[in-house]
Write a protein that binds this ligand. Structure first.
Ligand SMILES: CC(C)(COP(=O)(O)OP(=O)(O)OC[C@H]1O[C@@H](n2cnc3c(N)ncnc32)[C@H](O)[C@@H]1OP(=O)(O)O)[C@@H](O)C(=O)NCCC(=O)NCCS
Length: 138
């Protein structure tokens, strides 16, 4: 299965899930900044990754999603590889990410893809769900 990953351009229609997660104004800003990666399979957008710079200097994966029917086929790994290439080309040495501690798939994905745990933040999610942070050297 061929997976193509590229930055979302202004003319791209985005998968509905992205719009649910980000308000329109923020979404357009992200797209303009080249901070949204889209993964395509057979011409259809099936995954998206939104990134930013924490404190204007630390790369961070803000949102990551792959359509359920196409999970476990390397789509998220392909988006991560593209992001890592972009960051290395910019001279960046570290990438951070996070996942809720009640999301075993996301936790396993990070560890499988070479991230290591970097601490847990309490109080940012509803209920008693912690946010596990991850760090990866590039
Ligand atoms: C987490 C998520 C993005 C992973 O996307 P994906 O394209 O399915 O992941 P990949 O195919 O790149 O997975 C690579 C490896 O990560 C691990 N992994 C991924 N999903 C897993 C799961 N559900 N359970 C256990 N391990 C998993 C596996 O080791 C997998 O390799 P394998 O399939 O050969 O065993 C996807 O499950 C998703 O969109 N979930 C819903 C949204 C979400 O939770 N986003 C993350 C918030 S941080």
């Amino acid at each position: 299965m061929e997976i193509t990953v590229r930055r979302a351009e202004p003319y791209d229609s985005l998968p509905p899930g992205v719009a649910h997660k980000l308000p329109a104004a923020l979404l357009e800003g992200k797209r303009r900044d080249g901070a949204i990666l889209l993964a395509y399979v057979r011409g259809q957008p099936v995954g998206w990754l939104v990134h930013n710079l924490l404190w204007a200097r630390v790369p961070f994966i803000e949102l990551l999603h792959v359509e359920p029917a196409l999970q476990r086929l390397g789509v998220a790994a392909a988006m991560l590889a593209t992001l890592e290439d972009q960051l290395r080309a910019q001279g960046r040495a570290l990438l951070f990410s996070s996942a809720q501690d009640d999301n075993p798939a996301a936790l396993a994905w990070h560890l499988e893809l070479g991230f290591e745990e970097a601490g847990v933040l309490d109080g940012v999610n509803p209920g008693v769900v912690g946010e596990v942070f991850f760090r990866k050297a590039l």
